[in-house]
Design a protein around this ligand. Structure first.
Ligand code: THU
Length: 136
């Protein structure tokens, strides 16, 4: 799948975000190695801490469907669903990505299908702790 379509999938999913407390809507589109795409958005909670980010929503949907290999994720978001800036993934989401992805996993921060920044998990989470550290 090309970059534009993956970015568009994330943008199209943004209005679905459930963010009645922060009003900060985030959406993600996760591209699996087999070509399938899983979207996710943030789901907030009145008790605050159970809130789940868009990236983790996308990953957990995919992992629940048996997917384990991933190529790229697009993330976009903004106040009231209006994208004005890039939305980098939080530290917890970076660590969740690390569970299933290596340093070369592509992370695309998008403002629109034409305006985006591409980086890697290795850049976002250097010297990380991952499954290999427990392999003995
Ligand atoms: N949020 C995400 O969905 N992903 C991130 O990586 C950063 C933060 C959400 C969580 C919360 O619902 C809102 O943005 C404000 O923090």
């Amino acid at each position: 799948m090309d970059r534009r379509s993956l970015i568009q999938a994330a943008i199209d999913n943004l209005p679905n975000a459930y963010a009645p407390y922060s009003h900060f809507h985030v959406s993600a589109a996760l591209l699996c190695r087999d070509g399938s795409v899983y979207t996710g958005f943030n789901i907030e909670n009145s008790s605050y801490t159970p809130t789940v980010c868009a990236e983790r929503s996308a990953f957990f949907r995919a992992v629940n469907e048996g997917k384990r290999e991933f190529e790229a994720i697009v993330i976009c978001g903004g106040q009231d669903g209006v994208i004005t800036d890039y939305c980098p993934p939080c530290g917890v989401c970076r660590q969740v990505m690390r569970e299933f992805c290596g340093a070369d996993f592509t992370v695309i921060l998008a403002k629109s299908a034409d305006e985006y920044k591409e980086t890697t998990l290795g850049e976002l989470l250097p010297m990380s702790f991952g499954p290999e550290n427990l392999a003995g």
